[in-house]
Design a protein around this ligand. Structure first.
Ligand code: CTP
Length: 426
C-alpha cells in the first residue's frame, strides 16, 4: 500500500502519533482517518506540519482522551465539534467529528449533522482535498478516495465536487485559485464554469467579509502571492474587496521587490525583530485605495488592529517620509525620529515604494546603526543628578539618545554632561 509507505516515511513522532491515535480508535470501536490537506500533501511529497483527523464518532471526546493519554494541551470548539491538540513535536493536530453539511442559504454557514467519512469528504472543497486514509489497525493506510482525488492530483486538476460548491461557499473561489497557483495545477473546466456562475451571481459580494479576509490573508501568505492575485483578478476582479480596486500594472514589480527585501531582512535582522511578510503584501495591495477607502476596508473586513494600523500607516506616512528623506543633508537624528515610531513592515515598504538610492541608504542606516544605539546612562543616573521621575525623564533620555545618534556624545561622561545641561535647562 503506497500510503502505508508514505506514513512510515513521516517524521518519527508524527508517524507514532498517527499509529497511537489509530489504536485508541480501535479500542473505542470508532473509525478514524487522516484527511484533507494532510493527505494531499502526503501524496505530493510536501511536508505538512498539521494533521487533520476525522473520527466517525465524538471528535471532542476522542481528542480529550488522546490529550490525557499523551499529556497534550487540548482546545475544544464545542459548537463545531472540533478540537486542537498541541504540545507535539513540531506539529499540531485538528480533530473533528465526521459530518454532513446542508447549506440552507447560499454563502451562509451550513447546518451540520453527524455523518460517515464519505459524507464528510463530500462536503469539502476540491477532490484533491477530499481524500482520507484510514488509521485503525486492521486497515491502517487504506486510502478512501470516493471522488477521484488521486487521479486529479496526477492530472494536476482543481475539481469541485458538485455544482453548488462555490455558491454554498464563495471563499472556495479564492481557495481554488490559491491551490491552482501553488501547485501549478489548472482549475478544471466544469469548476471554472461554476466559479463564473457564482461570480455572476455576485456571491463574493454576499459572503461574510471576515471569511473573505481570512482567505485573502492566506493568499498573501503564499510563497509568490502575485500569481494567485493576478489569476483571481482575471477570474472575478477585486471590487468585492473595495469599490474600484483594480489589478495594478506595477504590482508584479513591487511584489517582486518585496520578496527580495523580505529575504534580505531575514538574512540580516531576523534575530532582532520579527516581521510578518504577509502584512507587507497586504499593505501593497491596499495602497492604491484612498486613505478613506483603505480605512473603510480595514473596518469592513475587521482586520486585526495591528494589521490595519500598518496598512493605514503606510498610506499616511509615505509621502511625508519620501519628502523628508529625499532632502539634502538629512542628519541621522531626523531619520531616527521619522522612522522609529513606525513598524518594520512599513519601513521596508517605504524603501520599495520610494525607489530612491538616498532613501534606501537612510533606511538601511536606521536599521543597521541608529535603531541599535543604546545609552550608557540609565534613569538612575538622572535620579542621582537630582531629576525626579516623570515625563521629562524620558524626554531627557530620548534627547541624549538622539544626540548620540548624531555623534554629538560618544561615551558615558559626555552623556552625563549633556544630561546635566538638559536638567539645568528645565
Ligand atoms: N475545506 C473546505 N472548504 C473550505 C475550507 C476548508 O472544504 N472553505 C476543507 C478542505 O478539505 C481542506 C480542509 O478543510 O483540505 C482543511 O482546510 P485548510 O486547513 O484551510 O486547508 P488545507 O487543505 O490544509 O490547505 P493549506 O495547505 O493551505 O493549509
Amino acid at each position: 500500500m503506497l500510503f502505508l509507505k508514505k506514513i512510515n516515511e513521516l517524521p518519527g513522532p508524527m508517524a507514532d502519533f498517527i499509529r497511537f491515535a489509530g489504536r485508541l480508535a480501535d479500542e473505542k470501536k470508532i473509525n478514524a482517518y487522516v484527511v484533507g490537506g494532510f493527505v494531499r500533501d502526503l501524496f505530493l511529497g510536501i511536508p505538512d506540519y498539521d494533521i487533520d483527523l476525522v473520527v466517525e464518532g465524538d471528535g471532542i471526546a476522542f481528542a480529550e482522551e488522546l490529550s490525557s493519554k499523551l499529556s497534550l494541551h487540548v482546545v475544544t470548539h464545542k459548537r463545531f465539534g472540533t478540537a486542537t491538540l498541541s504540545g507535539l513535536e513540531g506539529f499540531k493536530v485538528d480533530i473533528a467529528t465526521s459530518r454532513k453539511e446542508i447549506y440552507e442559504k447560499p454563502a451562509a454557514l451550513p447546518t451540520v449533522s453527524k455523518g460517515l467519512i464519505q459524507d464528510d469528504l463530500f462536503r469539502r472543497d476540491f477532490t484533491i482535498n477530499a481524500m482520507a486514509i484510514a488509521i485503525n489497525s486492521p486497515c491502517f493506510g487504506k486510502l478512501m478516495d470516493f471522488y477521484g482525488g488521486q487521479d486529479d492530483l496526477k492530472k494536476g486538476l482543481i475539481r469541485a465536487l458538485h455544482p453548488l460548491s462555490f455558491i454554498d461557499d464563495p471563499t472556495r473561489i479564492l481557495r481554488a485559485v490559491r491551490f491552482e497557483q501553488r501547485f501549478d495545477f489548472k482549475i478544471e473546466k466544469q469548476a471554472l464554469v461554476w466559479i463564473k456562475e457564482a461570480v455572476h451571481r455576485r456571491m463574493l459580494h454576499i459572503v461574510q467579509k471576515h471569511r473573505l479576509r481570512d482567505e485573502l490573508i492566506l493568499i498573501f501568505k503564499e510563497k509568490a502571492p502575485i500569481k494567485p492575485l493576478k489569476r483571481l483578478y482575471a477570474l472575478c476582479g477585486l471590487t468585492y474587496i473595495a469599490e474600484g480596486l483594480r489589478f495594478q500594472r506595477h504590482w508584479p514589480n513591487y511584489f517582486h521587490e518585496a520578496a527580495k527585501k523580505i529575504a534580505w531582512y531575514r538574512e540580516h535582522f531576523l534575530h532582532k525583530r520579527h516581521i510578518e511578510p504577509y502584512v507587507i503584501y497586504l499593505a501593497l495591495f491596499f495602497y492604491p485605495l484612498s486613505l478613506k477607502a483603505a480605512k473603510k476596508a480595514m473596518l469592513d473586513f475587521a482586520f486585526h488592529k495591528g494589521v490595519s494600523s500598518r496598512v493605514v500607516s503606510l498610506k499616511e506616512n509615505t509621502l511625508k517620509i519620501k519628502k523628508e528623506l529625499s532632502k539634502k543633508n538629512v542628519v541621522p537624528s531626523t531619520v531616527y525620529r521619522l522612522l522609529e515610531p513606525l513598524s518594520y513592515e512599513v519601513i521596508l515598504l517605504f524603501e520599495i515604494l520610494a525607489r530612491h538610492k538616498a532613501i534606501s541608504g537612510h533606511i538601511e542606516d536606521f536599521l543597521f546603526i541608529y535603531n541599535g544605539q543604546r545609552l550608557h546612562i540609565k534613569g538612575e543616573d538622572l535620579s542621582r543628578l537630582g531629576l525626579k521621575p516623570g515625563p521629562y525623564f524620558k524626554k531627557v533620555l530620548d534627547d541624549i539618545l538622539v544626540a548620540k545618534i548624531d555623534g554629538k556624545v560618544r561615551d558615558r561622561e559626555e552623556e552625563l554632561g549633556l544630561a546635566r545641561k538638559l536638567i539645568h535647562l528645565k
